[in-house]
Design a protein around this ligand. Structure first.
Ligand code: HEC
Length: 133
């Protein structure tokens, strides 16, 4: 009987320790995400970028339909890249009217997330052979 009591006590203690550990982990997780929010949160996933490009952006950007910069037009992409990644991401999200045409907001892809667009822009820059800060 005494043994059983000790066993129950141990299980209860174990549960208590586990739950207090979980609580701590959650706390540190919260602090972590609060920190990353203040930094640039986007990290390019080029595989996803390729998928998004092939689904959406390719319609205009492969050959340069409607005044879009074609991916093989490195000179033009060099100029575009000089604007910086933040600006290009912003233009891909909100749309952009330039000298040669109109880039529709999100390339007209309503179900593309901001991350998808970041990935697609990164993929396009890489394919064009340029890089943006
Ligand atoms: C309907 C055609 C069309 C589609 C689809 C399209 N674009 Fe564009 N995009 C354009 C045009 C046109 C421009 C050039 C505007 C100019 O400079 O006059 C452009 C320019 C851009 C630029 C350069 C913006 C700048 O600040 O110079 C980026 C980045 C871009 N597109 C990203 C994308 C991405 C990412 C997608 C796919 C999600 C996409 N585009 C789909 C037409 C399109």
């Amino acid at each position: 009987m005494k043994k059983l009591f000790v066993l129950i006590l141990m299980v209860a203690m174990g549960g208590f320790l586990l739950s207090s550990c979980g609580g701590n982990a959650q706390k540190s997780e919260k602090t972590k995400s609060a920190v990353t929010k203040t930094k640039t949160a986007f990290v390019a996933n080029l595989d996803n970028g390729k998928k998004v490009y092939n689904k959406v952006c390719i319609a205009c950007h492969m050959t340069g339909v409607a005044g879009a910069p074609a991916l093989k037009d490195k000179a033009r992409w060099t100029e575009i890249a000089a604007k910086g990644m933040k600006q290009l991401h912003h233009d891909a999200i909100n749309g952009f009217t330039g000298k040669t045409g109109v880039m529709p907001a999100r390339g007209s892809c309503t179900d593309c997330s901001d991350q998808d667009l970041y990935d697609a822009v990164s993929y396009m820059l890489k394919t064009a052979g340029v890089s943006a800060k």
